[in-house]
Write a protein that binds this ligand. Structure first.
Ligand SMILES: N[C@@H](CCC(=O)N[C@@H](CS)C(=O)NCC(=O)O)C(=O)O
Length: 230
């Protein structure tokens, strides 16, 4: 195995994906924390011209974009995260995981930040309703048969690697009960058995929670407020 360097910031949910993958795969890595509160150093822009985290350096090779990184890591060695391709059964499992992550990326992450960014009470209710309905209609049915993880797996899969950092944040905002996510969202989600069982299993995993700090939720709130003033 080559030398892995992860350029990261622990408050970033996209970088958090890479941490979970590395932890689950038991891969050693060196960590470089990128300060997101100041302009990127030219040396980092040379590594990642977009200036975003995460980035992975594998020996001399640079890989950017969190879902490309997690796929690369899962492809590095055989593991519980993803069945190796080459059989119809594996191809189907990989397609199901990819569809789940795509659904989560397109419907849930945007719904979360749409709700957080909503200004008026009316908009909060409308966005919160869309968000909870997307989980109920698009995600929860795909979790039927989770065991407790995607597709009946007893261990995390690539589906959780790419979504767990957002589950942690959704949970934190809901627990806050301070109006950033309306209370009815948490109440409806609690009633949803598939969602509750899956999220509880995720939140119990050390590979998911070990870099998490509730203070990051306050940081996100601050960033959203600041971005609105611009
Ligand atoms: N599509 C990118 C998104 C990464 C991203 O947005 N990272 C944020 C932090 S969460 C970032 O680096 N922002 C730069 C900044 O805040 O200046 C990925 O999946 O890797």
């Amino acid at each position: 195995m080559g030398k892995i360097t992860l350029y990261t910031n622990h408050a970033c949910p996209f970088a958090h994906r890479a941490h979970i993958a590395l932890e689950e795969l038991g891969l050693e890595f060196e960590e470089v924390i990128i300060d997101l509160d100041t302009p990127r150093e030219p040396s980092y822009l040379e590594i990642n011209p977009r200036g975003l985290v995460p980035t992975i350096k594998y020996d001399e090779h640079i890989i950017t974009e969190s879902s490309v990184i997690t796929q690369f890591l899962a492809d590095l060695k055989e593991s519980h995260l993803l069945p190796a391709s080459g059989t119809v059964d594996a191809a189907l499992k990989r397609a199901r995981i990819a569809f789940f992550v795509d659904t989560f990326n397109t419907k849930i992450i945007s719904g979360l930040y749409g709700t957080l960014r909503a200004d008026s009470e009316e908009e909060k209710i409308a966005k919160g309703t869309q968000f909870v309905e997307a989980i109920e209609k698009e995600i929860a049915p795909l979790l039927e048969g989770a065991g407790p993880f995607f597709g009946g797996s007893k261990e995390l899969t690539l589906a959780e690697v790419n979504t767990a950092s957002f589950v942690v944040r959704i949970n934190s905002f809901i627990k806050g009960k301070d109006g950033w996510i309306p209370d009815f969202v948490g109440e409806r989600l609690k009633e949803n058995k598939n969602w509750t069982a899956w999220t509880e299993a995720i939140l119990a995993k050390l590979s998911v929670t070990n870099i998490w700090d509730e203070a990051y939720t306050e940081k996100t709130k601050k960033r959203i407020l600041e971005s609105k003033q611009k």
